[in-house]
Design a protein around this ligand. Structure first.
Ligand SMILES: [Zn+2]
Length: 51
């Protein structure tokens, strides 16, 4: 594990990363879950995985 490499610039912490909410989108119906995955879709009950 080498996760502390200094070759990557620090990411801006402004909450504007699309991946933050894209991960929450239900793969079945497209609704956005109320919380970060892993969770279940509030609309159809499908599992929303982090990947
Ligand atoms: Zn759904």
């Amino acid at each position: 594990m080498s996760e502390g490499t200094a070759s990557r610039p620090p990411e801006p912490d402004e909450g504007g990363d699309p991946a933050c909410w894209l991960r929450r989108v239900c793969p079945s119906c497209g609704r956005m879950a109320d919380e970060d995955p892993p969770t279940t879709c509030p609309a159809c009950g499908a599992e929303v995985d982090p990947d």
